[in-house]
Design a protein around this ligand. Sequence first.
Ligand code: R5P
Length: 295
Amino acid sequence: MKNRVIITGPASEELGTNLSRKYGMQLMKPEIKIFSDGESKITMESVKNKNCTIIQSLCPPIDRHIIQLLMMIHKCKLDRASKITVIIPYMAYARQDKEFVKGEVITIALLAKLIKYFNIFKLITVDIHSKESLSYFGSNIINVSAIPLLARYVLDNIDTDNVIVVSPDYGGFSRAQKFAKILKKDVIYLNKNRNRQTGDIKIETKHGGDLKGKKIIIVDDMISTGNSIIKSCELLKKNGVANIFVVCTHALLLNEALIKIKQSGAYEIISTNSVPNVCSKVDLSDILYSSIEDK
Ligand code: R5P
């Protein structure tokens, strides 16, 4: 692996370090300086003729992490790296995948355009929010699913007797179905409505299933403010469930979301380390490495 370098952006040092340690890729941590006005400066040694993999999740501060990612790709291009693979474990802006309200910018399309400009070898991401988001990237994007890994974790660590899997909305139903299939459990979805002007959500009804006395596993792609999970827990409690676990790929956990979700009745939150925090119980490095290797 002499020529192989993993370049870790500040948002993905844990994953980058795991990849380097497990697979013998040379670890490169660029020096990052943030100026008083918020600009980033990146200094990194030459990667001339190196096979480079850059890893940077686009978690908050999102826009800063985007520009840093672009700076690292730019530097690899200027240095004439032999190959550039980019891993974005959490893809930001993937929820802005349509013009929901007239005049809205489809930001994921812009982000895709910026990355495509560099003509990289391959882009790897994990459980991107929607198929629409994926469609803005080229054919060299690989969207890896962490759902089998999350399901494996649950099977190994939680008693799944009496479990029903729940998606907080119809949009995430197929993801929850995939998870439920691995657990061999039933699955239902809740009806989530979002006010597109204010962003407020309501979850007041469910689709199917008697939930009384059941153990619930809510499955979602991400937790941002936690509102979707909190509203789900409130409805599930009203339906007499016994206890609630929450499983997601990307736990951003903004504005004390973890405390609020627990207060709303969830016992445990399980996520991957796409955004490292106390809930990151599932390491993505093995599936990411397989995708790097995959031709
Ligand atoms: C929405 O469709 C997503 O799948 C998530 O449910 C949502 O974006 C999570 O955001 P928050 O935690 O702010 O409700």
